[in-house]
Design a protein around this ligand. Sequence first.
Ligand code: BGC
Length: 511
Amino acid sequence: MAGGIVPSSGGREPGKDYPGETTMYVIIACIVAAMGGLIFGYDIGISGGVTSMTPFLKSFFPSVYRKESGIQSSNQYCKFDSQILTLFTSSLYIAALLASFVASWITRRFGRTWTIFYGGLVFVVGAVMNGLAQNLAMLIIGRLLLGVGVGFASQSVPLYLSEMAPYKMRGALNQMFQLFITIGILIANVLNYFTNRMENGWRWSLGLAAVPGLVILVGGIFLPETPNFLIDRNRSEEAKKRLQRIRGVANVDEEYNDLVAASEASKKVTNPWHRLFFDRNYRPQLTYSVALPSLQQITGINVVMFYAPVLFKTLGFGGDASLMSALITGGVNVLATFVAIWLADRKGRRTLFLAGGIQMFISQLVVGGLIWYKFKWSGEGNISGAYAIIVVLFICAFVTGFAYSWGPLAWLVISEILPLEVRSAGQSVNVSLNMFWTFVIGQAFLILLCHLKFLLFFVFAICVLGMSLFIYITLPETKGIPIEEMSRIWSLNSFWKKYIPTEDGVKLEEI
Ligand code: BGC
């Protein structure tokens, strides 16, 4: 989860306006918690750079090194194809996938802040192990520990943000998690650029992951628990005081009572998983909890995020130039995320999804075409000068398209459409599928590049076209609709109303 983003558990009635303001206290708490996104992003950004560093390859993946230096093959498409090398990158996401289920239990039982703390702790241990790695086993075990940290953070941070945020600021604060993911990726890219010049700089790249880990570890100690969690653990007095503190007003009765009511109602649903998977009324929510994280990954975004330096080297850029280009894509990713934060509540989710989709589709086609023109099927050749700049520009156009659409919105829309009774179950489906597909893409990309060659970019383009059509046909606009009214949009939507069982007397409004 990245983490995923879950709306506040508050049961605000339409038309109600809770008293209170956006206090400094809540803003600082949310910024500290959102930094959990840093560890996710740092991991995504660091591995590509490290796996293109010669001393690292020589120490741990000598066969890849021999291929890369052209000793064994002149085929550009295949020089980095190694299942062990990709396992280094993608193993983290399997660990994160499994950890997110454990984390969801810890979050409910011990609290959001303890989950953030444990995530930070395990992450720091993993980072130190990686920085000091003497053999492949240390490297992979460290990576698995980092994955546990990422899984914990992706489950707990978005939940924390949503529960702390005043409802009017929920959209913007939710997207801060994604913003920190992109900042983490950029920091990793910058670091790789410099450590690449140092002897065994890869140790610094991997070891410095401990810094964002420490930030959230300390954050986890000092962050206040959410009122929702305190109510759930029957600590009512404390919960009310906390709510007064974060809203900055004494009269929080209305919101407090709604939180209590929402908590009681959700306790009555004994099996949210069963409800989400088998109750036909929840078909749209189930569909998007499965589709959005999966489709988000098959845009091919993590091909660029993980492998930008490797990809640029594959295209024939020099070592430094490839890290520089990765740094540019990282910067563009951060900037375009601000566009989403700015526009999602103004232009609506559908508009951004579709605009981003068209931009990604065109960029993928052009990148595939440019690579085909230089390398054809044989994969022999090099890219340089103006041609190289054009390739980087179109890769940036692709990243920008993703960063203002599927990047933040896949998380945001799920958070908006899940009603409280199935929220944590839907969220776990979302986080685990995100991690699963990140693993699959991470593991499969280099081998696919080796076999499908430039066609791979056309395959991603077709996927993007398909998912944009899916959004166009099925997704109703969720902008500006109170969460409590969200269930009505399905029965009004021309696509979904066919699938919602109204004829047997069960009306969505009555759930
Ligand atoms: C995705 C990550 C991706 C990142 C890029 C996130 O929303 O879940 O897989 O690397 O965006 O900014």
